[in-house]
Design a protein around this ligand. Structure first.
Ligand code: AMP
Length: 421
């Protein structure tokens, strides 16, 4: 199949060709004609499937037809959970829309609001925004939605995880009732389905990978190791395996900083990206990583969300995530668009429960490889696949008598299990 048969016009096809894409990815093949037809879409797709072009290309096609956005109005609104993702979507809009005369603007928090207000004055055919900053701009009367034609929620699951539900509901209440809605989410939890109910109308449902399954081109394995040996093992693997570009996930910001220093001290150029870093520092770290001047990028889950790094060969889970779904998101960063990748998890004995939860979610026991010289003293128990279905998590009321060992241990250290970084 080629892009020519999807209903896109010549200026957009030319931009796609210039980008070097020959064949539409499965989500593009399904979403593009549906969006051009004016249908609502609900798609289960993670980063790496080509979802951004899947909604950007038909959106540009639709918007190229109507009148341009008046001052302080937006015709299409793309909501994303993070600044990085917003910037990347905006970049795609620019790339694919380069032969059209549409105006696009991106707004997110952490940077000055005034330049964003100025840009909105000329009107935005496509406005890409994170929810909090969008509400600020609305409250300052910098943006209006009377002319809004299309709403896109990108990575809707992550927006809920990050606590944006109230902002999203407020924004929805401001939009015209008659509009087209597109919703993208890596996983479709009950919460997402309930949000979708009041949002999409008779949607075309698209699912490009089995629910909660990890990308198939990724080789995944576990390296059992004692917790205190993890930094040394990581440095060893980077040198021994000659990993030139590795994205490392750390559960905490403090852990990310500490590990970055350790790697630097071991001759590995590294940078940390997380919520405490300024927008400038995050953008710079990402650019250095992409260009190859930084070998290891150490990131927390939220900061790494949606990072678009072409053909990232190597992901390391330095800590396992608290929430098993985050494992799937992390792995989504590698082995994309037909390339292959490797995902390694450094797992200490005390993380066994987290490992079991992940294996249950992905319905697969991960291979294990102990690295010579790093044999753990505290042995990781063998995995047994638990085939009971994973239930959607309901927020729990705090309980005085913690019966669950993991949870009470975490609480005792003043750590909230659901807290996101
Ligand atoms: P996304 O899932 O939108 O984050 O896209 C993942 C990566 O795939 C990006 O680096 C895109 O540039 C790339 N990509 C998107 N569509 C295609 C395509 N049809 N052919 C090849 N690469 C693509």
């Amino acid at each position: 199949m080629s892009f020519d048969s999807l209903g896109l016009s010549a200026p957009i096809l030319a931009a796609v060709k210039e980008k070097g894409y020959e064949t539409p990815s499965p989500i593009q093949a399904q979403a593009i004609p549906a969006v051009i037809e004016g249908r609502d879409v609900m798609a289960a797709a993670q980063t790496g499937t080509g979802k951004t072009a899947g909604f950007t290309l038909p959106l540009l096609e639709l918007l190229s037809k109507g009148p341009r956005a008046p001052s302080n109005q937006a015709r299409a609104l793309v909501l994303t959970p993070t600044r990085e993702l917003a910037a990347q979507v905006a970049e795609s809009v620019e790339t694919y829309g380069k032969n059209l005369s549409l105006n696009s603007t991106v707004v997110f928090g952490g940077v000055k609001i005034n330049p964003q207000m100025m840009k909105l004055r000329r009107g935005a055919d496509i406005l890409v925004a994170t929810p909090g900053r969008l509400m600020d701009l609305y409250n300052q009367k910098a943006v209006r939605f009377d002319k809004l034609e299309v709403l896109i929620l990108d990575e809707a699951d992550r927006m809920l995880d990050m606590g944006f539900i109230r902002d999203i509901r407020k924004i929805l209440a401001l939009l015209p009732k008659r509009r087209q809605n597109l919703m993208f989410s890596a996983t479709f939890s009950d919460d997402i389905r309930s949000l979708a109910k009041g949002l999409v109308n008779d949607p075309v449902e698209i699912s490009v990978s089995p629910r909660n399954a990890t990308a198939r081109t990724v080789t995944q394995w576990v390296s059992p190791v004692d917790k205190n040996q993890k930094p040394a093992l990581l440095a060893h693997l980077i040198w021994e395996e000659k990993w030139e570009q590795v994205l490392v996930f750390s559960r905490t910001k403090h852990g990310a900083n500490k590990l970055t220093k350790f790697l630097e001290n071991n001759g590995i150029k590294a940078a940390a990206i997380h919520g405490n870093k300024s927008q400038g520092a995050r953008t710079r770290a990402l650019a250095d990583f992409k260009s190859g001047s930084i070998r290891a990028l150490v990131a927390t889950d939220i900061a790494a969300r949606g990072l678009d790094i072409d053909q990232l060969p190597q992901v390391v889970n330095f800590d396992l995530p608290n929430v098993p779904e985050d494992y799937v998101h992390r792995i989504g960063r590698t082995g994309r668009a037909g390339s292959t990748g490797q995902a390694v998890s450094l797992v200490a004995a005390e993380e066994f429960k987290l490992l079991s939860d992940i294996e249950r979610l992905i319905k697969q026991v991960l291979d294990r490889k102990v690295t010579e010289g790093f044999e753990p003293v505290h042995k990781l128990p063998p995995s047994r696949l638990n085939t009971r279905p994973v239930r959607a998590k309901k927020p729990k009321k705090p309980r005085v008598d913690h019966r669950d060992g993991q949870r009470s241990g975490d609480n005792a250290r003043g750590h909230k299990p659901k807290a996101r970084r």
